[in-house]
Design a binder for this molecule. Structure first.
Ligand SMILES: CCCCCCCCCCC/C=C/C(=O)SCCNC(=O)CCNC(=O)[C@H](O)C(C)(C)COP(=O)(O)OP(=O)(O)OC[C@H]1O[C@@H](n2cnc3c(N)ncnc32)[C@H](O)[C@@H]1OP(=O)(O)O
Ligand SMILES: NC(=O)C1=CN([C@@H]2O[C@H](COP(=O)(O)OP(=O)(O)OC[C@H]3O[C@@H](n4cnc5c(N)ncnc54)[C@H](OP(=O)(O)O)[C@@H]3O)[C@@H](O)[C@H]2O)C=CC1
Length: 290
């Protein structure tokens, strides 16, 4: 199996498509910034001059990203919390205001799921995924929007979702949650345009991060079959798109869902669990005519 994800040195030195001071004077909040895609987003924003608020549940993961951001010369405020706790989220936005006067960009990247046939989901498992990916993202969006409204300041939100248009057998809970985030984003893009708030989503296909280790070896080996380019994407592919949408290049973009998926939304395997015989060998329907 190939190595998943970038090393710290790669995150600091890989060439970027933007000028080095693009985001100078701006502040960004990135959730789930201790690992994978969120870490790459935070470091990329920091390399472009932004000040960072980073959050996630585990302080030790945030400390690693904090150290990396300091090496990039960025100011950083780490704040451990679960986005599933709305009061903690309100406290996070208060802390960002106290340190940086508020944020300009919010990137909702924290999330995840576990692969399981939907018929076997327990209520607790289903709710854990929906609470994290839908409710947690919403608490962050609303808290940021309230602060922008109260400060009479504009803002940009980018929500990291997934490629859910064809469904994904094995992760129905996350498909439900991410579809909810997309619908929320389109709706509040309209409600919040008068406040100067833009809201967009980024839908990554398979991206090489350590988070992929929750999938069995067999599934990971088959992942390049999910897209036209027959390979994994990188966390930098996602991070550079986030810069475009959250930064000045995205000034006229809102209510959008941009896929960074090698074409997975139009072609490729969507299964994250072994598929039943029904889909692998010729079958006679046990319910003819029904
Ligand atoms: C063949 C082709 C292959 C194609 C493959 C395509 C793959 C595309 C995949 C979709 C795209 C997305 C990719 C990614 O997101 S990669 C990043 C992945 N990283 C993660 O998902 C992070 C890890 N996941 C989690 O942290 C958890 O899943 C969760 C999101 C639920 C976190 O919540 P919480 O911390 O509350 O979770 P708990 O551990 O306390 O569990 C709560 C209950 O959830 C149920 N559960 C949890 N894990 C499992 C499991 N592995 N199996 C079954 N049930 C699970 C369970 O009910 C838990 O309660 P109990 O512990 O009391 O039983
Ligand atoms: N990699 C991929 O191919 C794809 C990823 N995605 C999505 O992109 C995002 C990043 O994925 P990736 O970097 O690969 O995965 P990771 O598992 O590495 O990252 C998920 C991050 O979210 C944080 N997190 C999880 N739950 C919470 C919570 N309740 N409160 C605060 N932080 C939380 C985790 O930190 P901690 O444990 O410290 O809380 C972790 O840093 C996720 O939403 C993922 O589902 C979507 C499609 C494809």
């Amino acid at each position: 199996m190939e190595r998943f994800g970038y090393s710290d040195d790669e995150l600091l030195t890989l060439p970027l498509s933007y000028r080095a001071d693009l985001l100078a004077g701006r502040a960004a909040l990135v959730s789930g910034a201790g690992t994978g895609i969120g870490k790459a987003i935070a470091v990329t924003l920091g390399r472009l001059g932004a000040r960072l608020v980073i959050c996630g549940r585990k302080p030790e993961k945030l400390e690693a990203t904090e150290a990396l951001l300091k090496r990039a010369g960025a100011e950083v405020l780490p704040h451990a919390l679960s986005i599933r706790d709305p009061e903690a989220v309100a406290g996070l936005l208060d802390a960002a205001k106290a340190r940086f006067g508020g944020i300009d960009m919010l990137v909702n990247n924290a999330g995840g799921q576990f692969p399981q046939a939907a018929i076997d989901f327990s209520p607790k498992g289903f709710n854990a995924v929906v609470d994290t990916n839908l409710s947690g993202t919403w608490y962050m969006m609303q808290a940021a929007a309230r602060q922008w409204r109260d400060r009479s300041a504009p803002g940009a939100i980018v929500n990291i979702v997934a490629v859910v248009g064809r469904g994904m057998p094995g992760v129905a809970h996350t498909c439900a949650a991410r579809a909810g985030v997309i619908a929320l984003s389109k709706t509040v893009a309209t409600e919040w345009a008068p406040l100067g708030i833009r809201v967009n989503c980024v839908a990554p296909g398979i991206i090489a991060t350590e988070g992929m280790n929750v999938y069995p070896d067999e599934a990971r080996r088959a992942m390049p079959d999910t897209n036209l380019m027959r390979r994994f994407g990188t966390a930098l592919d996602v991070a550079e798109l986030v810069v475009h949408l959250a930064g000045p290049a995205g000034n006229f973009i809102t209510g959008e869902v941009v896929h960074v998926d090698g074409g997975n939304q139009i072609w490729g395997d969507q299964w994250t669990i072994p598929r039943p015989d029904w889909y692998t060998t010729p079958q006679e329907s046990p319910f003819p005519g029904r």
